[in-house]
Design a protein around this ligand. Structure first.
Ligand SMILES: Cc1ncc(COP(=O)(O)O)c(C=O)c1O
Length: 366
């Protein structure tokens, strides 16, 4: 059975060149990067090369990169590492749960958090952030692009942390063709960060624990490939495929629309609502026919509640529940998009036929 994967915001496949680069660090080069003998020095050099590569992708110095076990750990290290009791934090209502739940935890420990709203396109108004500032504001944590409507900016759009002026920025390896379980946090020089893990003095005492050398090597290679692809504008092709998919769906399916229409988006993502449809039912029906998509963040799969991202954008819960996220990857071809377009309209129509609430009048009144 043909299977097409359009859920690259949940995770991406490891690219063959990335797999090849990391492989030797499971066997041939196995040393502990903190050991002073030859074996350790070999892996230390590989970790430092990877640090240079990630730094080059983000526009910072290698010494400003801290390797972590992924995006969640990087987010937690940034939030708990910077915030002091008695301080105030600003975040937004559409953050990933790695940030939102960290902020909830801060609130429980007496830190006040202001969640600025987002507009119907999923954008934060900088004036809302300015107005929320207080004398004791210690941290502003807002995502660069949203994982449901359009993630994980690293490798998809050029990032220059110096120009952006941020002090901290998290990336997750498995969203950019490195394996799951590795990530990094950019920490601007001079930012004082309390470590979350207590142990050895790894990562300049910012993150204790023996380095995941194969994962870090993979992240470095993925960063090199992502940077080269950005220079070659490879992602223009991906955004053309995304637009073709979006246009095809809008042309062929009644009562649907793009969430966050008109907002600047990363090139691979499209979030679309299908009125009078349960998103989960559509995901399952499409999966049975060989197309993998999602209703939103993989870590929210199975949740009864509608997406907090879409409801934060002002979308009614029924419409949010009928939304699907299509996210393309480097491996997707025009044929994959045609395959998706051959399935989606008939599957939506079939589910609507079965729906007791669907008729054209109720659908058009949304
Ligand atoms: C925006 C965003 N932040 C954080 C994470 C968590 O990253 P990881 O899965 O590497 O812990 C994800 C992944 O789902 C994400 O999309």
């Amino acid at each position: 059975m043909r299977r097409i994967y359009l859920d690259n915001n949940a995770t991406t496949p490891v690219l063959p060149a990335v797999f090849e680069a990391m492989q030797a660090y499971f066997g041939e080069h196995f040393g502990n990067a903190s050991s002073i003998h030859h074996h350790g020095q070999e892996t230390r050099a590989a970790v430092e090369r990877a640090r240079e590569s990630v730094a080059a992708l983000l526009g910072c110095r290698a010494s400003e990169i801290v390797f972590t076990s992924g995006g969640t750990e990087a987010d937690n290290l940034a939030i708990f590492g910077l915030t002091q009791p008695g301080q105030h934090v600003i975040s937004s209502t559409m953050e990933h749960h790695a940030v939102l739940n960290s902020c909830k935890h801060l609130e429980a420990s007496g830190v006040e958090v202001t969640y600025v709203p987002v507009d119907g396109r999923g954008l934060v108004d900088p004036d809302d952030v300015r107005r929320a500032l207080r004398a004791n504001t210690g941290l502003i944590t807002i995502m660069m692009s949203n994982n449901e409507t359009g993630v994980q900016a690293a490798g998809k759009v050029p990032i220059d942390v110096k120009r952006m002026g941020c002090d901290l920025l998290s990336i997750s390896g498995h969203k950019m063709n490195a394996p799951q379980g590795v990530g990094a946090l950019y920490v601007r020089k001079g930012t004082s960060l309390r470590p979350m893990l207590h142990g050895g003095s790894h990562e300049r005492s910012r993150r204790a624990g023996t380095e995941n050398v194969p994962g870090i090597v993979a992240l470095g290679k993925a960063a090199d490939l992502a940077r080269e692809a950005l220079v070659r504008s490879d992602l223009d092709q991906m955004s053309r495929l995304r637009d073709r998919l979006e246009q095809g769906i809008l042309n062929k399916v009644e009562f649907c629309g793009v969430n966050g229409q008109g907002a600047p988006r990363v090139p691979n993502t499209s979030s679309i609502h299908f009125d009078c449809i349960e998103g989960e039912a559509l995901v399952i029906a499409l999966d049975l026919k060989g197309l993998a998509v999602s209703t939103g963040a993989a870590c929210s799969s199975g949740a009864i509640e509608p997406s907090h991202v879409l409801t934060a954008m002002g979308m009614p819960p029924e419409r949010a529940r009928g939304s699907l996220r299509f996210s393309l990857g480097k491996q997707n071809t025009p044929e994959d998009i045609e395959f998706a377009l051959s399935l989606i309209p008939s599957t939506v129509a079939r589910l609507r036929e079965l729906s007791p609430v669907y008729n054209k009048t109720t659908a058009s009144s949304y």
